[in-house]
Write a protein that binds this ligand. Structure first.
Ligand code: ADP
Ligand code: MG
Length: 575
């Protein structure tokens, strides 16, 4: 909590302003009852109208000043709190963008979103409140006690009598509400989780007729949150009337004992009135302090979650003296590379030594889970190798900046991702320098032009969020066009032809071959037809290389490859 609040440092100027304005506000509020007492005890008793008007003027002034300062302090603290929230969100977001896929695996996307929004809002609200009350409560308490005692020390004993009751009430509320507030955060988390799963998995839920089940799951989470919230609110609802009760009893007691003292001639009526007001100020400041201590644990749960995210060191970073990726041809070399996912028992890939030459097509084939995606995800450093190294034009990819490395790579991931926006915007995503001609050209090669033209507004048609208004094969072709448009040295296609029909697949690869003649092309595939004319085919099984060579060589020498070919050709013959 405190660690996060240290981020308030840049706002020292507004904070000093807030303290100053609150100081003036409290001072004027403390002086008001005293001036009033003077009016009653001196002005009215003597019948001195001029004195009453003069003192009345002071009261008006103090009132205005107090109100003005309260408004300014409120404004400043809101602004500071909200700006603090904004900065924190920026920091968390920046952190998240620097994360490698390790950290994403570790935290989970859903939780990262909740932390960036809901949790930061909690902290932000706390900051706004603390900024106001942290200064106000102690100032008012000390000032109130000082003024009350100076008005009538003996009567102040009444306050001492009230304190145990108030302390009891505060302790009661605090001990009960703090666990409830903590539980509430957990329930909100749970609700978010269920809601997100339902919205993203809607199709599956419908297809499997799980709507009722999911409805119940959501209802449970929802009702759970309601129950806790109602309990918290019940508690808070008791707080107010109980406080008023204590306040009113205090007033009664003060008037009771005060009138005895007035009767005895040792106190005046105005002083008594003023004393009552000071008593209220003292009690009120104590309540304010309590509220603060109740809010803090609630926010500290959020703070811990945010800190957890900020404290994670991104595992993949640029070295201090990072090189710009050399201007080579795009020659990729794996030297005895191994990698395992965090927590996995066996390495996902091991002992990989391969080369991908410019001007050649290198294909990787193997069953699902054989480590194909893992292998190519190491090239743009989505993950870092654990053993061995990967060289790009004879420079270790860990020695160059991530940006210059990725600039040279056109990657079409296994799961094609489109962004909300037009078709053109999606293809231009790779680079800002692209013209509409480049876009058209790339989509021609990707065999995407014909279906784009069939869309209602051609290249300006809007892609829905998540690309739901195009088919899987269309998505893949758009993703391919995006990779082609930026004309990189290295193309990586991760199973990018799997959703295409055989005819489109063949046409696309023919066009691709012309376009990528001098580039390094790595194709991950399941289909033999896709890799049949590759210069080098690498057969993977359980993360290890089983064989390497061209189609003919493998067909005669590699049993695993023979098996794959046999299974697929018979399949095609059946059609
Ligand atoms: P392929 O692309 O050949 O189908 P992958 O490279 O995706 O295979 O996966 C290889 C192995 O690594 C699989 O056993 C899979 O379960 C595991 N794996 C893949 N991604 C992750 C991940 N993010 N965390 C943990 N294990 C993973
Ligand atoms: Mg894969």
């Amino acid at each position: 909590m405190l660690k996060l609040l240290k981020n308030l440092k840049p706002y020292w100027l507004p904070i000093i302003g807030i303290i100053l304005f609150i100081f003036i506000q409290v001072l004027s509020e403390l002086f008001l009852p005293t001036i009033m007492a003077d009016i009653v005890d001196i002005g009215i008793v003597k019948g001195d109208t001029a004195y009453i008007i003069q003192r009345g003027g002071w009261m008006l002034l103090a009132t205005f000043l107090g109100t003005l300062c309260a408004i300014i302090a409120g404004l400043l603290s809101s602004r500071t709190g909200l700006a603090f929230g904004r900065d924190l969100r920026t920091r968390v977001f920046k952190k998240a963008t620097a994360f490698s896929l390790y950290e994403f695996d570790e935290l989970g996307t859903a939780s990262m979103i909740t932390r960036t929004t809901n949790d930061i809002t909690q902290i932000q609200n706390l900051v706004i409140m603390v900024l106001r009350m942290f200064v106000m409560a102690p100032l008012m308490l000390i000032g109130g006690i000082f003024m009350a005692v100076s008005k009538d020390p003996k009567l102040s004993l009444v306050l001492v009598g009230v304190l145990p009751f108030l302390a009891g009430l505060i302790a009661f509320i605090a001990t009960r509400s703090i666990p409830m507030f903590k539980a509430m955060q957990v329930k909100i988390d749970r609700l978010n989780l269920v809601l997100r799963e339902n919205l993203t998995g809607l199709r599956v839920i419908r297809a499997f007729n799980r709507i009722d089940f999911e409805q119940k799951r959501f209802d449970n989470a929802n009702t759970d949150l309601m129950t806790v919230s109602i309990n918290v609110n019940k508690l808070m609802a008791i707080l107010m009337p109980l406080m008023l009760l204590i306040f009113n009893f205090t007033t009664v007691a003060i008037i009771w004992f005060g009138s005895i003292r007035i009767d005895a001639g040792s106190m005046e009526v105005g002083s008594l009135m003023a004393f009552i007001q000071y008593a209220m100020q003292i009690l009120f400041s104590l309540i304010m302090a309590t509220m603060m201590f109740i809010m803090v644990p609630r926010a500290s749960a959020s703070a811990a979650r945010i800190n957890e995210m900020l404290d994670i060191e991104a595992t993949i970073t640029d070295p201090p003296k990072a090189l710009i990726s050399p201007k080579g041809k795009g020659h990729i070399k794996f030297e005895n590379v191994s990698f395992s996912y965090p927590g996995a028992e066996n390495p996902a890939i091991s002992g990989i030594t391969i080369q991908a030459q410019p001007g050649e097509i290198t294909a990787i084939i193997g069953g699902t889970g054989s480590g194909k995606s893992t292998l190519i995800n190491l090239i743009p450093r989505f993950y870092d190798v654990m053993e061995g190294r990967i060289l790009l034009d004879d420079v270790d990819i860990k020695d160059m900046t991530q940006e210059s490395l990725r600039d040279r790579i056109g990657l079409v991931p296994q799961q094609a991702v489109l962004f909300s926006g037009t078709v053109t915007e999606n293809i231009k995503f790779g680079s800002d320098r692209l013209t509409d001609e480049d876009v058209k050209y790339a989509s021609d090669i990707a065999q995407a032009t014909s279906f784009i033209n069939d869309m209602p507004e051609g290249f300006n048609s809007v892609i829905a969020q998540g690309g739901t208004n195009v088919s899987g094969g269309q998505k893949q072709r758009l993703a391919i066009a995006r990779a082609l448009a930026s004309k990189p040295d290295i193309y990586i296609f991760d199973d990018s032809f799997s959703s295409l029909d055989f005819k489109t697949d063949a046409m696309l690869r023919r066009a691709l071959k012309r376009e990528t003649q001098s580039a390094t092309v790595i194709i991950v595939a399941q289909r033999v037809t896709t890799v049949i004319d590759a210069d080098c085919i690498i057969v993977l099984e359980d993360g290890k290389i089983v064989a390497m060579g061209n189609h003919k060589e493998l067909l005669s020498a590699c049993p695993v490859y023979q098996e794959i070919v046999a299974s697929q050709l018979s399949e095609e013959e059946l059609k």
